[in-house]
Design a protein around this ligand. Structure first.
Ligand code: HEM
Length: 236
């Protein structure tokens, strides 16, 4: 399992972004000429009070859906597999009783939130949090990793408790910008883990844990890569 972006410099990132923008521009041109039963064709066809999405808006939406939808979910699955490899007894319990997997996914979302922070907010008036007052007009970045380990909210917050019956984490944000793809992400993670454990119930790390490197960067919380050894499973 390998994730992207770890260690990339600004020039690499701008180059990759330009290539993606060009790719989506080209794909949107093709969908415009030859619409199909897919998301981009549907976005091209959107008309709201006589207004259509501009080329920049369409490219921006395609990029948002790709980045918000792919990187996050890939890291959720990676973080879950990482946790399971480090706890054979938990892995065996999940492999033996897949009905427990949805609760595990919620606990991984809380404990190892793939989106480490919210997007930027700007204060429109002074806000007092505890004994700190943030003046108006300041940028604020909320650490979802920190709020999801708030001891006032979650008893014994650093402990993975796969039976923790608490949907109150903020891994998908909160309020008007609550994640559009939360149901899809949950479904993908549940299916991926269920299938993986059904095929490879003894999946394990292929390298010593100290060789694993966390991704650097502010937004995503996960590993740069997760080499695993796939156990032989039941014949399918
Ligand atoms: C584990 C997977 C995911 C995590 C942890 C996650 C996390 C988040 C968070 C924290 C926000 C709120 C950001 C903020 O308020 O500043 C958000 C918003 C959003 N997410 Fe996700 N997301 C995931 C999967 C997806 C998927 C699969 C899609 C789409 C296919 C998606 C699309 C979006 C979009 C479009 C927004 C912006 C919503 C808005 O501003 O109204 N996300 N996500």
């Amino acid at each position: 399992m390998r994730s992207s972006g770890g260690g990339a410099g600004p020039a690499d990132m701008i180059g990759a972004l330009s290539a993606l923008v060009a790719y989506f521009g080209d794909l949107l041109d093709r969908k415009r000429a030859d619409p199909a039963d897919d998301l981009l064709s549907a976005l091209l066809a959107v008309v709201d009070e006589g207004d259509r999405l501009s080329g920049d808006e369409l490219t921006g939406m395609a990029l948002l859906l790709l980045v918000a939808g792919h990187e996050t979910t890939a890291n959720l699955i990676g973080n879950a597999v990482h946790l399971l490899c480090g706890r054979p007894e938990l892995r065996d319990r999940m492999a033996g009783d897949p009905a427990l997997i949805p609760a595990l996914v919620e606990e991984v979302l809380r404990l190892e939130s793939p989106a480490a922070t919210s997007t930027y907010r700007v204060t429109t008036r002074p806000i007092t949090l505890g004994d700190t007052t943030i003046p108006a007009g300041e940028q604020v970045l909320v650490s979802l990793l920190a709020v999801n380990r708030d001891p006032a909210r979650f008893p014994d917050p650093d402990t993975l408790d796969a039976a923790r019956d608490d949907g109150g984490h903020l891994a998908f944000g909160h309020g008007i910008h609550f994640c559009l793809g939360a149901p899809l992400a949950r479904l993908e993670a549940r299916i991926a883990l269920t299938r993986l454990l059904a095929r490879h119930p003894g999946i394990d790390l292929a390298v010593p844990p100290e060789n694993l490197r966390r991704r650097t960067g502010l937004l995503m919380h996960g590993l740069e890569s997760l080499p695993v050894r796939l156990s032989p499973g039941p014949a399918l």
